[in-house]
Write a protein that binds this ligand. Structure first.
Ligand SMILES: Cc1cc2nc3c(=O)[nH]c(=O)nc-3n(C[C@H](O)[C@H](O)[C@H](O)COP(=O)(O)OP(=O)(O)OC[C@H]3O[C@@H](n4cnc5c(N)ncnc54)[C@H](O)[C@@H]3O)c2cc1C
Length: 805
C-alpha cells in the first residue's frame, strides 16, 4: 500500500443521517471494532432533519415491507436500549383504497405482508372512518389498518442511533468532509478529508443526497437521484386525540401525520423538479427550497376533498426539501461491483422508516457476508452505468417519485427515457406491431399486437391483461410452427485467456469439459451452495468461452465471476457487439437449413451444440438451446448483420407460418417447461438440489465453488423442494400468493403465469419436503382460494423429446 494516512480505522462510514448512524449502531452492536462515522456538517444535516417521520410497513414490494418490518422491531427497543427519547408513536396507519384496482393492490400487499408476520386488517369504509373521523367516506372501497405503523422524530432517532453506536464503541466525528477517495487494486485504501487523511479497510457510503457524488470519488456509478419533495403543516387549530392514527390516501395522492393540533400532509405529485442532476453542492446543508404552490395543489386539493376540515384551516408552513430517489424508486444497497471493499446504502426515499432494517441488513452483509434477507430488489448490482447517467437518472427518478402512490400494475413498464438502447432489429420489430418494454435501457418486444388490436399494455390485477390472447397466439406459433424472438438485450460476456476453461470450471457447478462446440446450462454457486447466478456457458475453445445471462443480471453475474477469476483471464462485456435472435419451434430447423449450407441435421448439430454457421450471406454463432422448451437455435450475430439474418429467416419462414414473438411469450412457454428465473425462483437462499437442478451439479468433476456444501446437501437430502402447481383455466396470480394445505399456509408462490398449451395457470413455489408429495393444495389470491394441483416439476415435454428432436 502506497497511501500513507494520518490515521487508520477498520470501518469508515461517510454520512451522519438516519442511514449512516443506523449502520454504525448495528455494526458496533454486533461487535465490529474500530468503526468511525464522519459527517461533513452535523448529524441529521442532510435530508434527515426535514423528514416528516412517517413509518409505514405495507409496500408494493415484499422485500421493502420486510425491511420496514425490521425497522419497527429496532424502533420498539431503541429508546430503552439507549436511554435516548425517540418519540416513537406507534399509533398505526390507515391506507385507504379509493378505487377497485387500489383495493386489489392493497389486498395483495396485505397477503404478502401477513405471510411474514406483519399484523394488518381489512376495514370497511365505515370502520376506516371510525379510526380517522375527519374523512369523508365517498368512494372508499376498503382500507388496510396496520397497528405496528406510526411516526417518529427523525432527529431524535438519529441521535439514538448515534448514542447506541457510541455506547458500543463506535466513534462519530462532525465537521469532517471526505473530499477524495484513494483506490489501489480495486480497493479503497483511504480518504482525504478537509483535515486529516484516514486509511480504512472498509468504506461505507451513506452520504444520502450526496451519495452519487461520493460514489464518483471512488469511480462507482450510482443511480441515486435527487428531486424536490414537499409537505405542509396546517395551522394548529385542531383538537386531536393523542393516539390518532396516520393516514395514507394514495388515490388522492397524500399522506398525513397528526401533529400537535395540526396535520402534516405531503404527497407524491407528477412532474417534481430534479435537483442538481443528483449531485448537490458539497456546501449545501440545512437549506430548504421555496414552496412550489402549483405542485402543492396537486395533493393539497385532493386531500381537502377527503378531509373537508382542511378547507377551514390554513397552511402554516411548507417544507420543500431535496429527497433521494433512485432510478427505480428503490433503495440502493450492497457491495459496489467496481470495488472490493466499498459498501453503499443510499437512494432512500423513506429512509427514516427504512433506517432500522437497512442498517441491520448492511451491517450483516459487511460482518457476515449475508444480509439476512433477500436484498436483490435493492442491490447495487441491479443497475449499470446507463442508469447513473445524469439526465437519464433525473427523468427516471422524477417518474419513480410521481409513481410512489400510483397503482403498481402487474407487468407495468417505466415510460421515462424510452428508446435509449435499440437492437438493430428494433425498427423491424416495431413494423411487425411490437409493443415494447424496457430493461437496462433496452427496448424489448414484449408482445406483438395483431392487426385490429390496440398496441398498448392494459394490465389487470384480477382479469386478463390486453396482451393475453396475442401472447397465446405467439406461444402457439412457438409450439406448433416457428417463431423469431429478438433477445439482443441478453447480457453476453467473453471469457478468454490461457486457462479460461479451467477457471470457469472452478466457478460453475456443471461440467464444462469435453470437446469445444458445446453449450452448458449451469448455476454459479457460493460456498454455501446457494445459487448466485443461472447462466449458459458456451465452450468455444479452451481459451475462449462465452457466457449468456439475463438482461438485468449482467452487472451482478460478471461481478461474481470477476471476483473469482484468477489473474490473466479476461472477462469482456460483448452485449453491445452481438444481436441475439432466437428461432424456435418444430419447424425452426427446416427454416434455418433452407438458408444455410451447413449441416444442421440432428446428428450433425444436436441439442446443446454450438458453432458458427452461415445464414443467408452472413455468419453467426448458433447455439442449440433456448428458454421456451422447443427445438430452437439462439443466433449470436455481429450487430451490423442482424437485420439481414432476420429478414432472411422471416422470408424463409413465411411458408412455414413463422411468427414474431416477444418476452411475454418466452415467459409463458418457460413456465410450462419448468425453466426457472433467477431472482424469482432461485436466489442465493436456495441450492440447486432444492430447485430440482441437481442434474446441473457435477460433483464428480474437479473442485468448484460450493462443492463441499453441495456434497453435504446431497448426502443429507433437502428439507424443501421447488414444485409446480396448476389451476384449471385462468387464475389471477402474480407471485407471492399464499399456498395452503389442510387450511394452513405452507408456502408462497414464486413465478406464476398462464400455460397456453396446457390451458392452465402455473405457479412455482417451495414446499417442505414432508408435504411436497401431496397433490391437493389451495392458492389464495385477492381473498379467493383456487384449487391447485401439485404436478410434475416439468409440465411440458418432460422427456425432452421435442427439444432433442
Ligand atoms: C420533505 C421530506 C419529507 C420526508 N418525509 C419522510 C417520512 O415521513 N418518512 C421517511 O421515512 N422518510 C421521509 N423523507 C425521506 C428521508 O428524509 C430520507 O430518506 C432520509 O433522511 C435519508 O437519510 P440518509 O441518511 O440516507 O441521508 P442524509 O440525511 O442526506 O444523510 C447523509 C449525510 O451525509 C453527509 N455527507 C454527504 N457527503 C459527505 C462527505 N463528502 N463527507 C462527509 N459527510 C458527508 C451529509 O452531510 C448528510 O448528513 C422525507 C424527505 C423529505 C425531503
Amino acid at each position: 500500500m502506497t497511501f500513507r494516512a494520518d490515521r487508520h480505522v477498520h470501518i469508515l462510514i461517510i454520512g451522519g443521517g438516519a442511514i449512516g448512524t443506523s449502520v454504525a449502531y448495528h455494526l458496533a452492536r454486533d461487535g465490529a471494532k474500530d468503526v468511525l462515522l464522519v459527517e461533513k456538517a452535523m448529524l441529521t444535516h442532510g435530508c434527515t432533519w426535514h423528514a416528516a417521520g412517517l413509518v409505514g410497513q405495507l409496500r408494493g414490494k415484499r422485500n421493502l415491507t420486510r425491511l420496514m418490518q425490521n425497522s419497527v422491531a429496532v424502533f420498539d427497543r431503541l429508546e430503552e436500549e439507549t436511554g435516548q427519547h425517540i418519540a416513537w408513536k406507534k399509533v398505526g396507519s390507515l391506507r385507504l383504497a379509493g378505487s377497485p384496482e387500489r383495493w386489489s393492490e392493497i389486498r395483495r400487499s396485505m397477503t404478502q405482508a401477513k405471510s411474514f408476520g406483519v399484523e394488518c386488517y381489512s376495514l370497511s369504509a365505515d370502520e376506516a372512518a371510525g379510526r380517522f373521523p375527519y374523512i369523508v367516506k365517498d368512494g372508499i372501497e376498503g382500507a388496510a389498518f396496520i397497528p405496528g405503523d406510526g411516526y417518529i422524530d427523525p432527529y431524535s432517532l438519529t441521535m439514538a442511533y448515534a448514542k447506541g453506536a457510541r455506547m458500543n464503541g463506535a466513534r462519530i466525528e462532525e465537521g469532517v468532509t471526505v473530499e477524495e477517495i484513494v483506490i489501489e487494486n480495486r480497493r479503497v485504501v483511504g480518504v482525504a478529508t478537509n483535515g486529516e487523511t484516514i486509511s480504512c479497510d472498509i468504506l461505507v457510503n451513506c452520504a444520502g443526497l450526496w451519495a452519487k457524488r461520493v460514489g464518483e470519488m471512488a469511480g462507482v456509478a450510482l443511480a441515486a437521484g435527487v428531486v424536490e419533495h414537499q409537505y405542509f403543516l396546517t395551522e394548529k387549530k385542531l383538537t386531536l386525540p393523542p393516539d390518532l392514527t396516520t393516514l395514507r390516501d394514495p388515490d388522492n395522492n397524500f399522506y398525513l401525520k397528526p401533529d400537535t393540533g395540526s396535520f402534516a400532509i405531503g404527497g407524491w405529485e407528477d412532474g417534481s423538479k430534479g435537483c442538481w442532476r443528483g449531485k448537490p453542492p458539497v456546501d449545501f446543508g440545512r437549506e430548504l427550497f421555496e414552496p412550489n404552490w402549483e405542485r402543492l395543489e396537486l395533493f393539497a386539493l385532493p386531500a381537502a376533498s377527503r378531509i373537508p376540515a382542511l378547507n377551514e384551516i390554513g397552511i402554516q408552513t411548507v417544507i420543500n426539501g431535496p429527497i433521494p430517489v433512485s432510478f427505480d424508486g428503490e433503495p440502493i444497497m450492497g457491495l459496489a461491483p467496481e470495488l472490493d471493499n466499498f459498501y453503499v446504502a443510499c437512494g432512500f426515499t423513506a429512509g427514516i422508516a427504512a433506517s432500522g432494517g437497512a442498517g441491520l441488513a448492511l451491517s450483516n452483509l459487511i460482518l457476515h457476508g449475508d444480509a439476512g434477507m433477500d436484498l436483490w430488489p435493492f442491490d447495487v448490482r441491479r443497475f449499470g452505468k446507463v442508469h447513473a447517467q445524469g439526465r437519464y437518472l433525473e427523468e427516471r427518478a422524477i417518474e419513480a417519485y410521481g409513481a410512489y402512490y400510483k397503482v403498481h400494475w402487474p407487468g407495468e413498464e417505466a415510460q421515462a427515457v424510452r428508446g435509449l438502447r435499440r437492437s438493430p432489429l428494433h425498427d423491424a420489430m416495431a413494423k411487425s406491431g411490437a409493443v415494447f418494454g424496457s430493461k437496462f435501457g433496452w427496448e424489448r418486444p414484449n408482445w406483438f399486437a395483431p392487426a385490429g388490436t390496440e398496441a398498448k399494455d392494459i394490465p389487470s390485477f384480477e382479469g386478463k391483461p390486453s396482451w393475453f390472447d396475442a401472447v397465446g397466439n405467439e406461444v402457439k406459433a412457438i409450439r406448433e410452427r416457428a417463431a423469431l424472438i429478438d433477445q439482443s438485450s441478453f447480457s453476453k460476456f467473453e471469457i478468454s485467456g490461457s486457462g479460461a476453461l479451467a477457471a470457469m470450471q472452478r466457478i460453475a457447478a456443471n461440467d464444462l469439459s469435453g470437446p469445444p462446440g458445446k453449450a452448458v446450462y449451469t448455476q454459479l454457486c457460493n460456498e454455501r451452495g446457494g445459487i448466485e447466478a443461472d447462466v449458459t456457458i458456451v465452450h468455444l475453445a479452451d481459451n475462449l468461452l462465452y457466457l449468456i445471462t439475463g438482461s438485468g443480471f449482467g452487472v451482478r453475474d460478471s461481478n461474481w465471476i470477476s471476483r473469482h477469476l484468477p489473474e490473466g483471464i479476461r472477462l469482456r462485456d460483448v452485449t453491445n457487439r452481438f444481436a441475439t435472435l432466437n428461432i424456435c419451434g418444430p419447424r425452426a430447423r427446416d427454416i434455418l437449413q433452407s438458408v444455410s449450407d451447413d449441416d444442421l441435421s440432428n446428428a450433425a448439430f444436436p441439442f446443446l451444440a454450438a458453432r458458427h454457421i452461415e445464414i443467408g450471406a452472413a455468419t453467426a454463432l448458433a447455439v442449440r438451446i433456448g428458454y421456451v422448451g422447443e427445438l430452437g437455435y439462439e443466433l449470436y450475430i455481429e450487430q451490423d448483420y442482424a437485420a439481414h439474418v432476420y429478414d432472411t429467416l422471416k422470408a424463409a419462414g413465411a411458408p412455414f407460418g413463422i411468427a414474431d414473438a416477444g418476452y411475454r411469450a418466452i415467459d409463458a412457454a418457460r413456465m410450462e417447461k419448468g425453466y426457472l428465473y433467477w431472482s424469482g425462483d432461485i436466489t442465493p437462499d436456495y441450492n440447486p438440489y432444492e430447485a430440482g437442478l441437481g442434474f446441473c451439479v457435477a460433483l464428480d468433476k474437479e473442485d468448484f465453488i460450493g462443492r463441499d456444501a453441495l456434497t453435504d446437501i446431497k448426502a443429507k437430502g433437502v428439507t424443501r423442494k421447488l414444485v409446480s402447481y396448476t389451476v384449471n383455466g385462468f387464475a389471477p396470480f402474480h407471485g407471492g400468493e399464499a399456498v395452503i394445505y389442510n387450511g394452513k399456509v405452507v408456502g408462497s408462490t414464486a413465478s406464476t403465469g398462464y400455460g397456453y398449451t396446457l390451458g392452465k395457470t402455473i405457479a412455482f413455489g417451495y414446499l417442505p419436503t414432508e408435504i411436497a408429495a401431496h397433490e391437493d393444495f389451495e392458492i389464495e389470491a385477492f381473498g379467493k382460494t383456487y384449487r391447485a394441483r401439485r404436478g410434475a416439476r416439468t409440465l411440458y415435454d418432460a422427456k425432452m423429446e421435442r427439444l432433442k428432436a
